[in-house]
Design a protein around this ligand. Sequence first.
Ligand code: HEM
Length: 510
Amino acid sequence: MEAWLITLVSFCVCVCVCVCVCVLIFSTLSPPPTTVKTPPVPSHIPIITPILWLRKSSTELEQTLRSFHAKYGPVVTLWIGTRPTIFIADRSLAHRALVQNSSLFSGRPKSPATAAVLSSDHRSISSASYGATWRTLRRNLASEMLHHSRLASFSGARKCVLNTLLTRLKSASESRHCVRVIDHLQHAMFCLLLFMCFGERLDEGKVRDIARVQRQMLLRLRRFSVLNFWPSVTRVLCRKRWREMLRFRREQEEVLLLLIRARGRKQTVLNDDVVVSYVDTLLRLELPLEKRRLNEGELVTLCNEFLNAGTDTTSTALQWIMANLVKYPHVQERVVEEIRQVVGEGEREESQVIEEEELHKLGYLKAVVLEGLRRHPPGHFVLPHAVSEDVVLNDYLVPKNGTVNFMVAEMGLDPNVWEDPLGFKPERFLNDEGFDITGTKEIKMMPFGAGRRICPGYNLALLHLEYFVANLVWNFVWKIPEGGDVDLSEKQEFTVVMKNALHVHISPRI
Ligand code: HEM
C-alpha cells in the first residue's frame, strides 16, 4: 500500500515538474500571446495621416506626442511614413527597454532607398544593424579614438582651437557691439573634429569648403528621408530631390576623399610623433563578415558621421549653456568664483587658459554642463531603434522589427524627478555626486541615450563642454546687450537649436 502510494506521488511530482519546465521554456521562447494589444494609435487615416506626420517638424511632432501621452499613457504608436513608430515617454520604461532588454532594443530600422547613397548601405555606426559590422565599427571608434589616452593625445589641438576661438571672439567683440556666438562655436568644434578625423590642421579655405558641403547635406537630411516613403513612387515624383541628394553626396565625396587619400599616402611614413587620426584607424580596419578593408564610399560615410556627430551636437549644447549663463549672471559668477578658488589666479600670467587636468576639480562647472544637457538636450529624441523580437512592454506588444523612439527632452523635465524642471538650477546636481549620465542603474535623463546604443562620444562631448565653458567664462564677461534679451525658444535643425541665436556683449574679464 505504502509502496504504490509513494510511486503514485513520485509519478505525480515528476509530471508536475515536467509540465512546469515545459511551460517555463515555452513561455520564454514563444512569442507573447496574440491577445496582447499593441500600443494605442491616435486617430489614423491610412495613407493621409502617415504623409501628414512626415511633413511635421519634430518640434510639432513633440508637442502633439505630449498631448497623446497625456491622453493615452506613456506608450503610443504613430504611423510616420511607411511604418509605425512607438514613442515611449516614461523613463522607467526606457530603462526597461534600453538597459534591461538592451539586446532586443538595439537594432536600427532599415531605410533602403536613401541608405545606399547616404550610409553606404548601413555601414555607419549609427545606421548599422545590431551585429558584427556595427560592433567592429563602434569598437574601433570607442577603443581607437575615444579612450582616455587617445583623447589625451589631442589636448594640444584642443588648446590651439580654444586660443583661436578666444582671439576670434575678442576681435569680434572689439569690432561689433554684440557678437553672434553660434558661428564661432560651430567653427571651433568643426576644426577640432576635422583635426581628430584627418590628423592635420587645415587652412581656413579648406575648412570653409568642407563645412559648407557638410552643412548643406545635414540641413536637408529630413527632406531626403521622405524618399524612403514608397521609394519607387517618390523617386519619380521627387526627381529633383533625388538628384539634389546625389549631387550633395558627390560633392561630399570630392572634398573628403582628397583628405582621406592624402592621409592614406602618409600611412607608410607615420611615426611615433604623429597623432593617430580617425581615418588612420579606419584605413587599417577590416569588416568581419566580408573580410575586406573599407572601400572609399564607406570611408566617406564614416568620416561624415564622425564630423556630424561631434560638431553640431556639442556646439548646440555649448550655445544653450552659454545662453543660460548670460540669462542668469549669478550662475556665471559662481562658475568664475569656483575657478578662482579651486584653480587660482596666481600662475596664469602667461596663459589665460584653464587646463584640462584642472577640470576635475570644478564640481559646479560639471553641474552647469549637466543642467544644460538636461534642460536643453541637443536631440529631443534618440535615433530610431528597431526591435529584434516580439516583446511586451507595459502590457503592450512591441512587434518584431517595430520602430521605437524615446522622448529624451520630456524625461529631463519629469516633475517627479526634477523639482522646478523648467528652471536652470545646476545646484541640483551638487547633491548627486557622480551623477550617472549613462542611466545604467536608473534613467533620470538621457541626453546621450542609454544601453548598447548609447552615444559612444559622451566622454569626449563632456570634456569639450567643460573645457570650453570654463575657458569662455574665465576669459570674458558675457552679458545681454542693452535692450536685448535671451530668448530660449527652440527650433529643429539637425539638432534642436535656439530659435533666435544667442547675441551677446562680451568684454575681457582679466
Ligand atoms: C553633446 C554632444 C552629444 C550628444 C548630446 C550626443 C547624443 C547622441 C544620441 C542621443 C545618440 C543616439 C543614441 C541612441 O540611438 O539611442 C548618439 C549616437 C551617436 N553618437 Fe553622439 N552625441 C554627442 C556627441 C558625440 C560625439 C562627440 C561623437 C563622436 C565623435 C558622437 C558619436 C555618436 C555615434 C557614432 C552615435 C551612434 C551610436 C550607435 O548607433 O551605436 N556623439 N549621440
